[in-house]
Every structure is written in structure tokens, then in C-alpha cells.
Design a protein around this ligand. Structure first.
Ligand SMILES: [Zn+2]
Length: 252
């Protein structure tokens, strides 16, 4: 079985959105995974194993938005346990603070170019989360193409390797967006919620979101609770949909 997890910030003090996890809870999650002998998917095998799901358990730990605290707190913990992860930076904010987010969520720094390169060299998957984190469904063809292509190119310039993966901002997409993603040369795109079913549609790969309330990762992986999580994710996604709307109102 494969488990795909979506984290955002790993920080001792987060924000009111609940999408951050403290370093202590994160380390507990990683300890639990190690005890359960669950390996992480790697840059070399993840596409293959998502195409041919294995009998053993694997997890892919992903971080959206590319916050610097992922480098500061999550990276050393994962290194300690010999595990890899994936990170999706927003390329216009590399080395900057999160001005794309509504101010009441607090200001947090994003990864720098050299930190992204270091994560790549340590074996992490680097993927795009677009240039400016828009709701991709709302963009005209030209802007959509720009968000997908320029972010891909910027990251490729940093790591000197091809960028194959994308994570949809707010987990939002439609048929038009999926086509543009394919045309821009991505091989895989992750969304936020949903049931992982094989064979997978590689342009809408669902992940299980991890929140501050998730003290134990094993309950998150337990199929008994899946129904409850799917319902909770539907609710969280509803709020995620409102987030770009708030932003437009507040930036006016
Ligand atoms: Zn995001």
C-alpha cells in the first residue's frame, strides 16, 4: 500500500489555519513510520511504484508552499531517520516571505535557492506549486501557461534537473488545467483530498492532509478511519476554496 501525506509548515508556533505541525509531533510521526517499517518513496522509484503499487507499505511525505521551516525542522528529522520527502515551492516567493497569503496567517519565510538545491542533493523530490499560488481554474490560457511553465523552468535552473511534479494551489483544478499541466511537460500532479485508487490518474493524485490535530500518524493511515478523513478533507477543501477569494478581497 502507498500512503501520500500532505504537510505545509513544520513550526513550533504556527497560525490559526491548523495546517502546521510542530517539530515534536512531526518527529513522532516519523518515529511511528519507522517503527511500522514504512519506507519513503524516493525520487528514483515514486513514479514506478505509483504505476505498479507494491505489496509493502510506502509513504510519500510532501510539503506544499516551500516554507523555510521545512528545511529548518523537517529536513534534519528526516535525515536522522534516513527518509526522503517532496517539496513544492511557489517560485515567485523563493527566498521571500509569504505575501501571497492572507495577513492573519502570519508572515513566514520561504526556502531560498540554496536550501532548495540542498534538499534536491539530499535526494528530495522538488516540484512546482506554480509562480504565484493562484486558483488555476480562474486563469486565462496565457496566464495558466505562464504559471506552469515559468515555475518549472525556475526550479530546473536551481536544481539542474527536470521538474516532473506539480502540486495544485489550494488543490484546485479542472479539465482545462489538467490539459495545460500535461502540455507544460509535467508527468504527475498532486491534489489535496480524495481516495487513492489504482490505476491512478497521474494528473489528480490525492494526498491525505496532515493537521496540527493529528497526534498519531498511524490513525491517519488506518483504513477504518478513512471515511472520517474523507469527510473532514471535504470540509477543509471547502475553506481552501474560500482562501483565494479572501485574498482577492483583502488585496483590493
Ligand atoms: Zn499551497
Amino acid at each position: 500500500m502507498i500512503y501520500l501525506l500532505q504537510y505545509h509548515q513544520i513550526a513550533p508556533h504556527g497560525n490559526c489555519s491548523g495546517t502546521f505541525v510542530t517539530p515534536r509531533i512531526f518527529e513522532n510521526h516519523i518515529k511511528e513510520l519507522s517503527k511500522m517499517e514504512i519506507k519513503t518513496l524516493t525520487r528514483e522509484n515514486y513514479m514506478h511504484l505509483l504505476l505498479h503499487p507494491p505489496n509493502e507499505n510506502f509513504v510519500l511525505i510532501t510539503f506544499d508552499d516551500g516554507y523555510e521551516n521545512v528545511y529548518k525542522y523537517a529536513f534534519p528529522i528526516l535525515e536522522k531517520y534516513g527518509l526522503k520527502a517532496a517539496v513544492f515551492p511557489i517560485t515567485a516567493y523563493i527566498g521571500k516571505v509569504n505575501l501571497w497569503e492572507v495577513p492573519f496567517l502570519g508572515r513566514h519565510a520561504h526556502l531560498s535557492r540554496s536550501q532548495i538545491l540542498e534538499l534536491y542533493k539530499a535526494g528530495w523530490i522538488i516540484g512546482s506549486h506554480t509562480v504565484t499560488h493562484p486558483d488555476l481554474r480562474k486563469l486565462d490560457e496565457q496566464k495558466l501557461k505562464m504559471e506552469l511553465e515559468i515555475s518549472k523552468k525556475s526550479l530546473e535552473d536551481i536544481i539542474g534537473d527536470e521538474i516532473q511534479a506539480l502540486s495544485y494551489p489550494y488543490g484546485l483544478y479542472n479539465t482545462k488545467v489538467k490539459k495545460a499541466v500535461r502540455d507544460a511537460g509535467y508527468n504527475i500532479a498532486f491534489k489535496s483530498a480524495g481516495k487513492l485508487k489504482f490505476p491512478l490518474d497521474f494528473l489528480e493524485v490525492p494526498r491525505r492532509s496532515v493537521y496540527i490535530s493529528d497526534f498519531f500518524i498511524r490513525t491517519k493511515l488506518n483504513p477504518t478511519y478513512e471515511k472520517y478523513y474523507l469527510l473532514f478533507e471535504r470540509l477543509a477543501n471547502y475553506f481552501a476554496r474560500l482562501s483565494p477569494v479572501y485574498h482577492t478581497i483583502l488585496s483590493k
